[in-house]
Design a protein around this ligand. Structure first.
Ligand code: NDP
Length: 295
């Protein structure tokens, strides 16, 4: 029997705890933790994600600010927004909602985010620390951190497990593999050039799919009883829905649920955990800042 890893329920539980800690922070320091978001105004998916993140901030009692940039904005203007957040003591965490407009050098922008405020964990120094043995990043990227929490919920030992991560992006696949390695899994990273992907996935006790291809991973690729974490969020046409579309993951859910021991749903799996980890990182940044000033 498969167990559904309910990201919404875990996120709610954790966010209730964060709200209590935010209230205590406010009482002690007289101000709420603050998140500063930089986003390009014309991307509907970004608008939706930012709305959800700001709503979650409000629900736990955090402040959030948004700096909107136009699609044709200059590199200097985006950098100026980040710098303004770096200099603003009411902003403890900075989130650059990706993607930025094509002509903007994202790497340069992410590299400008103050290390103390890098709550998305995308600064090269934080990624570097994540990749090095014996080092810990100040902040780890939110989506893979959320996947790790869901994995811990299963009680399945990560140490020594065969973990297969499909996808090697800087924001999901790569940091996911690094977090699993830090947790002592034996990690295989797969991507679009991997030969015989089904055979590799069949070895996995833990499968993390972060590809961006609807229902790509099939049930007969899975080892019976394995844990499946589906990061994929793909919009597919569905005339039976009022909106005309729905979201599916990178894993063929029904087939996979018949074989796996644990599985996440899309939506309601990894997505809510990503937001929760962002809140957790922002609270951590605020505490570090306040304690540093008390210090
Ligand atoms: P990217 O497009 O940046 O990366 C996709 C990765 O998948 C690449 O490494 C690519 O390989 C690999 N890939 C693509 N096609 C195949 C294939 N046929 N076989 C094997 N590997 C393949 O995507 P992201 O990492 O940004 O996002 C992945 C998915 O996760 C998306 O659906 C996205 O919407 C979702 N997502 C969900 C979040 C959440 O909170 N739930 C947060 C972030 C993303 P290669 O490197 O060789 O090109």
């Amino acid at each position: 029997m498969v167990t559904i890893l309910d990201g919404r329920a875990v996120a709610q539980r954790l966010q209730a705890g964060i709200a209590v800690e935010v209230a205590a922070f406010k009482q002690r320091y007289g101000a709420a933790p603050g998140l500063g978001v930089v986003m390009a105004g014309d991307n509907p998916a970004s608008q939706m994600y930012v709305k959800m993140k700001r709503r979650a901030c409000a629900e736990v009692g955090m402040e959030s600010l948004v700096a909107l940039v136009d699609a044709d904005t200059s590199q200097a203007a985006v950098e100026q927004r980040v710098q303004a957040y770096n200099d603003n003591p009411a902003v403890h965490g900075i989130l650059v909602q990706l993607p930025l407009p094509r002509h903007i050098d994202e790497e340069r922008v992410l590299g400008l985010v103050s290390l103390a405020k890098d709550v998305d964990g995308f600064h090269p120094v934080n990624i570097g620390a994540l990749a090095m043995k014996g080092r810990e990043p100040t902040f780890a990227p939110a989506t893979p951190s959320g996947c790790m929490v869901l994995l811990q919920e299963t009680g399945v030992p990560i140490r020594g497990a065969n973990a297969v991560v499909i996808g090697r992006s800087n924001i999901v696949g790569l940091p996911m593999a690094l977090l699993l390695l830090k947790a002592d899994a034996t990690v295989t990273m797969c991507h679009s050039r991997t030969r015989d992907l089904p055979a590799v996935v069949r070895q996995a006790d833990i499968v993390v799919a972060a590809i961006g291809q609807p229902e790509f991973v099939r049930g007969d690729w899975l080892k019976p009883g394995c844990v499946v974490i589906d990061v994929g969020t793909n919009r597919v046409d569905d005339p039976t829905q009022e909106k005309g579309y729905r979201y599916v993951g990178d894993v063929a859910y029904d087939e996979a649920a018949a074989v796996a021991g644990w599985i996440t749903k899309v939506p309601g799996g990894v997505g809510p955990m990503t937001i929760t980890m962002l809140l957790q990182n922002t609270l951590k940044a605020a505490r570090r800042s306040a304690e540093g000033q008390e210090g």
